[in-house]
Design a protein around this ligand. Structure first.
Ligand SMILES: [Fe+2]
Length: 153
C-alpha cells in the first residue's frame, strides 16, 4: 500500500475502526494509481532538510497551508449547499460552520506562536520569512493551476 494511504488509513482507524470501506478503497486505489509526490523518499528528504530551520516550515508553512485550506472551505461552501437536498441544508451548514471554525483554529495555533517569536525581537525575520514562504507557496499553487489539478473527471 502506498505510504500516504497507509498513514491515513491507520490514523483514521482510531476514529472509525474498519468503517468507511468505500472511502478506504478509493483512497488506496487513488494513491496506487497517482502516488502523491509528498509520499516519496526524495520529497521527505528535501522537506526534512528545509524543516531543519523550524521557522521555515514548522510554523509559517503550516500557517499558510491552513489559510489556503480555509479559503477552499469558503469557496466550496455555496456549491456544497446548492447541491445539497433542501431538507438537509441546515445540517450541512452546521457541519460546514464547524469545519470552518476548525480551520480558523488551525491558523490561530501557528499564528500565536509566530507572534510570540516576532515579539522576542524577530519581527523583521517573521515578516521576511512570511513573504518568502508565501511566494514559494504561490509558485507551487500556480504550478498546480497550470496542470489543471482541479479539473473534474
Ligand atoms: Fe486545517
Amino acid at each position: 500500500m502506498n505510504i500516504v494511504a497507509e498513514l491515513t488509513v491507520k490514523a483514521l482507524h482510531a476514529h472509525a475502526g474498519t468503517a468507511w470501506p468505500h472511502y478506504h478503497e478509493a483512497l488506496i486505489t487513488a494513491c496506487r494509481k497517482a502516488p502523491p509526490p509528498f509520499g516519496t523518499r526524495s520529497y521527505g528528504e528535501i522537506y526534512r532538510d528545509a524543516a531543519m530551520n523550524p521557522w521555515w516550515m514548522a510554523l509559517i508553512q503550516m500557517n499558510i497551508a491552513e489559510i489556503r485550506t480555509r479559503v477552499h472551505h469558503l469557496l466550496q461552501r455555496p456549491m456544497l449547499l446548492a447541491h445539497c437536498a433542501p431538507e438537509r441544508r441546515r445540517r450541512l451548514a452546521r457541519v460546514l460552520d464547524a469545519l470552518l471554525l476548525d480551520e480558523t483554529r488551525h491558523i490561530a495555533y501557528t499564528a500565536a506562536l509566530i507572534e510570540e517569536f516576532a515579539c522576542s525581537g524577530e519581527a523583521e525575520l517573521v515578516k521576511r520569512l512570511m513573504q518568502e514562504r508565501l511566494s514559494d507557496f504561490n509558485a507551487i499553487t500556480n504550478e498546480d493551476l497550470g496542470r489543471n489539478v482541479f479539473e473534474s473527471v
